[in-house]
Design a protein around this ligand. Structure first.
Ligand code: UD1
Ligand code: CA
Length: 463
């Protein structure tokens, strides 16, 4: 059985009060729409169609491996699904329809919906949950326990006001039956919109089998309509993810003050201190100690690594490295085994070899550093001449004295020694010492002369 999916993402999201379409807003550092589409991918659906409209290009820019259909005017959720008609209407299979503004949905729940739909031979299944009577969601209307339709909150009759079973906005349909029924949807309702929800009543009237798949966790499906709900969704997802890590053997000292993205992987016995934000495709190994206060984005960290108060992105860190406090690594750094990187060190596009050290106040950019290298405090790879970026190579066992400038392109060969305070513009050969600074001159007694001179000037001024 083929499974198709349609994700509705054409709306503006007026209640967000934003220049950006609702579905591109982040929940825990990932746009809402990506949460939904990623779960569909994990589920392995055969074809995903995203309905875009308002600021379509902003939505299209953050998604890949999906098809887009364009809804020119946002005339309602039913009208949105109709935009996929040309692509899908003749295909055999089932179609999931998901609201793009419900990012907390999990693939397991969607699988449950599909199984329920197939096992019961339904033509339409709406996912439902219990909500508070005051919530403005559509309601599932039943007669003798049978679903007969969905009524939007604004269209509820007095006698339907106490219904608490809400429409989550997630459905599973027989694909062909869905498009047949959609043709019959009108916009005669409180909002003059073509409601997708009407399809349930229409199919029921045609004696097709419709039902509701009720789930326990309302938090997974509440649509986000304003920034209060957006903030709440972030908290809910944070707690859910942290709980999973705790159960998997990760210590999180303060789960309320630790933000871990949905795609982050963390190994056993790793400790996460407060104030950490771990996001993107970050993978952390076993027995690591991360934080306090680290921001890691798309970082791969192997085992036994310690990082404190640092900001790291798009980099790989091998076993046994210790970093920080206050280090910054970005753009494809590769830090090899047992490196020690201390206070206020910045690296960019650098390979930093085994056992090498940069203990303090250093910038290493566009560089290849070998193993057992010592980078003295205040060293700078001068990689930029205002136009081009150039490479610095520092080979194994080299020693770079404090406060050196290495003007790239330049190579410091194996075992070479750079005298502190040097500005190195030429390659330094193996085993050589490079020194490039003015010779020191000591002027005997001159300190005393200077002091007396200043004292006289002072007395003259204050007469
Ligand atoms: C919808 C449901 C409601 C349900 C709720 C769950 C309808 C008519 N109502 O209401 O029963 O309880 O979701 O959260 O379906 N969209 C388009 N094109 C449009 C209109 C909307 O693509 O013309 C998209 C929006 O971008 C959004 C999704 O559809 O991602 C839902 O639209 P929204 O306006 O938020 O529907 P609700 O009023 O929340
Ligand atoms: Ca909504």
């Amino acid at each position: 059985m083929k499974i198709y999916a349609i994700v509705l993402a054409a709306g503006k999201g007026t209640r967000m009060k934003s220049q950006r379409p609702k579905v591109v807003h982040d929940v825990l550092y990932k746009p809402m729409i990506n949460h939904v589409v990623d779960e569909l991918k994990l589920m392995g659906v055969d074809e995903t169609i995203v309905v875009v409209g308002h600021e379509a290009q902003q939505v299209e820019a953050i998604l890949d491996n999906v098809e887009f259909v364009y809804q020119k005017e946002q005339l309602g959720t039913g009208h949105a699904v109709l935009q996929a008609k040309d692509i899908l209407k003749d295909k055999e299979g089932i179609t999931l329809v998901l609201n793009g503004d419900a990012p907390l949905i999990r693939k397991e729940t969607l699988q449950g919906l599909v199984e329920f739909h197939m096992n019961n031979h339904n033509q339409a299944t709406v996912m439902s949950a219990d909500c508070d009577v005051s919530n403005h969601y559509g309601r599932i209307i039943k007669e003798d326990g049978q679903v007969i339709g969905i009524v939007e909150y604004k269209d509820l009759q007095e006698y339907q006001m106490d219904v608490t079973e809400m429409n989550t906005g997630e459905y599973c349909f027989d694909n062909q039956k869905l498009f047949e029924a959609l043709d019959e949807v009108t916009n005669e309702n409180a909002q003059n919109e073509y409601y997708l929800t009407d399809v349930i009543g229409i199919m029921n009237n045609k004696q097709l089998k419709v039902d509701a798949y009720k789930i326990d966790d309302f938090n997974e499906v509440g649509g986000i309509n304003d920034r209060i709900a957006l903030a709440q969704a972030t908290q809910i997802l944070r707690d859910r993810i942290n709980q999973e890590h705790l159960l998997n053997g990760v210590t999180i000292i303060d789960p309320h003050n630790t933000y871990i993205g949905r795609d982050v992987v963390i190994g056993e016995d790793t400790i996460i201190e407060p104030g950490c934000i771990l996001k993107g495709k970050t993978v952390i190994g076993k027995d690591c100690h991360i934080g306090p206060y680290c921001e890691l984005t798309n970082v791969t960290i192997k085992d036994n690594v310690e990082i404190k108060f640092s900001v790291i992105s798009d980099s790989i860190i091998e076993n046994g490295v210790d970093i920080g406090p206050y280090a910054r690594l970005r753009t494809n750094c590769h830090i090899l085994e047992n490196v020690h990187m201390g206070n206020f060190v910045e690296m960019k596009k650098a390979i930093f070899g085994k056992n090498s050290k940069a203990a303090h106040l250093t910038y290493i950019g566009d560089a290849e550093v070998g193993s057992d290298v010592n980078i003295g405090c205040g060293t700078i790879t001068v990689n930029y001449d205002g136009k081009n970026k150039s490479l610095t190579k520092i080979k194994d066992n080299a020693f770079i004295g404090c406060n050196s400038n290495l003007i790239a392109p330049v190579t410091i060969e194996e075992n070479a020694f750079i005298a502190a305070g040097s500005t190195i513009t030429k390659d330094v050969e193996k085993d050589a010492m490079g020194i490039a600074r003015a010779k020191q001159v000591n002027k005997e007694g001159y300190s005393k002369v200077l002091k007396e001179k200043r004292l006289k000037e002072f007395e003259k001024r204050n007469k």
